[in-house]
Design a protein around this ligand. Structure first.
Ligand SMILES: Nc1ncnc2c1ncn2[C@@H]1O[C@H](COP(=O)(O)OP(=O)(O)OP(=O)(O)O)[C@@H](O)[C@H]1O
Ligand SMILES: [Mg+2]
Length: 274
């Protein structure tokens, strides 16, 4: 896959794309996140793993400037949440999630879904886009294998085609941080393998944004991902270099059952230990 040739904006002055310090997110009696410390650098590609309800989507909402912490500090692209206009921050962050995809009208033309992201809105709202936007949208749709659907309503695309269109949309504003919350959910085996290969290419592309991928399945970790964060019950079980964190012991701890983990050619598989 040929990837975007443009150079992303320079890294923020303090070096970190995401820096969370002592972060809690509390709703009523519930700690959705507790004591989270996390640092993502521009050249990092993180996978976030954890069982249902662990707090992965909450973590992505913080990193996407969609949510403020109850306690602690979240710095994104050199700015501190609470002390920055989030509407200036959000266009610098590309996000895909099930919640966002539900907000896309099924009658919206796929090409419009992608091109309108540059304006941080869902759906086309301007009558005219400049040539640069249309060219970039066309290039991204080619790269993500959805160019042939430009004139098709988004609602007529298959799950896999929709996932790829959403990633093209997320990349449209040339973000400095790309957050992918379960992009592999609902894909068949071929769709998953195609997505993993494309994400692996993107991970290895020097000028690509910092990336964070949330998944339930180690099989979906693209080769080239450098770091891993394991969450359980709102707390970080382990975070750091992928080779240190992606171990049978730590995954067993995270998912609460004994697991065997194997790694072949950079791909992982996990199964219950016998
Ligand atoms: N507004 C809220 N009030 C109370 N609890 C909430 C609220 N929002 C989320 N939660 C709870 O916080 C926990 C973490 O939710 P989150 O969506 O971050 O989990 P997740 O790791 O993304 O799970 P999944 O794998 O199922 O997507 C869940 O138990 C959820 O029920
Ligand atoms: Mg989630």
């Amino acid at each position: 896959m040929g990837l975007d040739g443009s150079v992303s904006s320079s890294a923020p002055s303090d070096g970190a794309v995401v820096r969370m310090t002592g972060v809690d997110v509390v709703r009523g009696e519930n700690h959705l996140l507790r004591g989270v410390d996390w640092r993502v650098e521009a050249d990092h590609r993180w996978v976030v793993l954890g069982p249902n309800g662990a707090g992965k989507t909450t973590l992505m909402q913080l990193a996407g400037a969609l949510l403020h912490p109850s306690r602690g500090e979240v710095r994104l692209l050199g700015e501190t949440l609470g002390a920055v206009d989030v509407f200036e921050l959000r266009p610098r962050i590309g996000l895909t999630s099930a919640a966002l995809s539900q907000r896309i009208g099924p009658a919206e033309k796929t090409g419009d879904v992608v091109v309108s992201a540059g304006y941080a809105v869902v759906g086309r709202w301007r009558e005219r886009y400049d040539v640069h936007d249309l060219t970039r949208a066309g290039m991204l749709m080619e790269q993500w294998g959805v160019a042939q659907f430009a004139h098709r309503p988004f609602g007529t695309l298959s799950e896999g085609e929709r996932k790829r269109a959403q990633i093209a949309r997320a990349l449209m504003p040339d973000p400095e941080l790309l957050l992918l919350d379960e992009p592999g959910a609902g894909l068949d085996l071929g769709g998953r393998e195609d997505l993993v290969a494309r994400l692996s290419d993107l991970a290895r592309y020097h000028y690509a944004p910092a990336q964070v991928l949330v998944t339930h399945h180690v099989e979906e970790i693209p080769p080239g991902y450098t770091h891993a964060l394991l969450l359980r019950g709102g707390e970080v079980v382990a975070a750091g270099a992928a080779d240190d964190v992606l171990t049978a012991e730590k995954l067993s701890d995270t998912f609460g059952l004994p697991l065997d983990l194997t790694r072949t050619d950079g791909r992982f598989t996990a199964r219950r230990a016998r």
